[in-house]
Design a protein around this ligand. Structure first.
Ligand SMILES: NC(=O)c1ccc[n+]([C@@H]2O[C@H](COP(=O)([O-])OP(=O)(O)OC[C@H]3O[C@@H](n4cnc5c(N)ncnc54)[C@H](OP(=O)(O)O)[C@@H]3O)[C@@H](O)[C@H]2O)c1
Length: 322
């Protein structure tokens, strides 16, 4: 006997909701796209009608009709609504970053843990099939000393549908940083420290130290005594029309291994994230490599980097004044 579908609701009606979340919710096996909530009732009604879902103006009524909630709203809007959803017993498919403050992220983690719901954060790179094959291969081989990653994006161009207020405010550190960190974390282990510096516009550079992944190769060469693997990252969303995009590699005694190119269609990866969330929801498992706790840990690194950038900006400001 097949289990009844899990009913999912979508929070948000913007570009990302329309091109990624809505089509995936409507076409994933075992999922019923049941409801939409957005701050603009007309946009919610329009999006819901396109998928035979119900549009809600009242969040309580929206939550009452679903088993799980997918989010496509800015992170500071997502965090409190997701905590409320988790406290109402709903499973949550979250976007990155999970929040913009450590307090909001901690509250969300507490809500998820105390209510025993499943959570997955859509760190896109961790769900792309080719990237997953690469991750499985390089982590099995081990022996990596470090990584280099750069993402030169163009979302802050006037013409980009991703030129949204929170991105303009927080820049690539919070937008692309989570993706890059989630990948390097998967290969080189948890981040243990970060040094951040800024370039022009929203250009951000990070130097990261990693705990490693119980890597015998590094132990054998005594490299763990020197603090495990390290990596360097540059991200910006101000790369302009000809922004070269994403590239990453890791390196070690065995040479260099390049991460595969990104795929432009987000729906394959998002379907995988939703399917894995639904599997956990059905089986009562709440742990996932990209669950809300991982989202919080990535957010802590971003927050620490942000503090350093803010200190630098205020130091430079003081110097300009004197
Ligand atoms: N994983 C990925 O690869 C990926 C890619 C793209 C985006 N994302 C994530 O998706 C999320 C949204 O993306 P986006 O910034 O590009 O936005 P977006 O798709 O333009 O959508 C923003 C949505 O949030 C709504 N919204 C804005 N402020 C709100 C508020 N104060 N209260 C209630 N609703 C509000 C907007 O409503 P209005 O339409 O009324 O303004 C709109 O429906 C972000 O977390 C982003 O990181 C992830």
């Amino acid at each position: 006997m097949t289990a009844p579908p899990l009913r999912f609701g979508l929070i948000g009606t913007g570009h990302w909701a329309r091109i990624a979340h809505a089509p995936v919710l409507a076409s994933t096996e075992g999922i019923e796209f049941a409801a939409v909530w957005g701050r603009d009732p007309r946009a919610a009604a329009e999006l819901a009608a396109a998928y035979d879902a119900v549009a809600h103006e009242d969040l309580e009524a929206f939550l009452a009709g679903v088993d799980g909630v997918a989010f496509a709203v800015p992170p500071d809007v997502q965090a409190p609504i997701a905590a409320r959803a988790a406290r109402a017993g709903k499973h949550v498919l979250l976007e990155k970053p999970i929040a913009l403050s450590e307090a909001a992220a901690d509250d969300l983690v507490e809500a998820v843990e105390q209510n025993g719901v499943a959570s997955v954060v859509f760190f896109t790179l961790r769900f792309q099939p080719r990237m997953r094959r690469w991750l499985a291969d390089v982590t099995a081989r081990g022996g990596w000393y470090g990584g280099v990653a750069a993402w030169f994006g163009a979302s802050l161009l006037e013409s980009s549908p991703f030129n949204t207020p929170w991105r303009r405010d927080k820049g690539a550190l919070w937008d692309l940083g989570p993706h890059v960190l989630s990948l390097l974390w998967g290969v080189l282990g948890p981040v243990t420290s970060v040094i951040a510096d800024a370039g022009p516009a929203d250009v951000t550079h990070l130097v990261l130290h990693h705990q490693g992944l119980h890597d015998r190769g590094l132990h054998d060469r005594g490299l763990h005594d020197r603090g495990g693997p390290s990596s360097v990252v540059t991200v910006t969303q101000s790369g302009g029309e000809a922004a070269p995009g994403f590239e990453a590699y890791i390196w070690g005694a065995a040479g260099q291994s390049d991460a595969p190119a990104l795929t432009s269609d987000p729906t394959v990866a998002l379907r995988t994230a939703l399917t894995e969330l639904a599997q956990n929801a059905r089986s009562g498992r709440t742990r996932h490599p990209c669950d809300v706790r991982f989202g919080r840990d990535v957010g802590r690194v971003l927050a620490q980097a942000q503090r350093q950038l803010d200190e630098r900006a205020s130091r430079l400001g003081e110097r300009t004044v004197t």
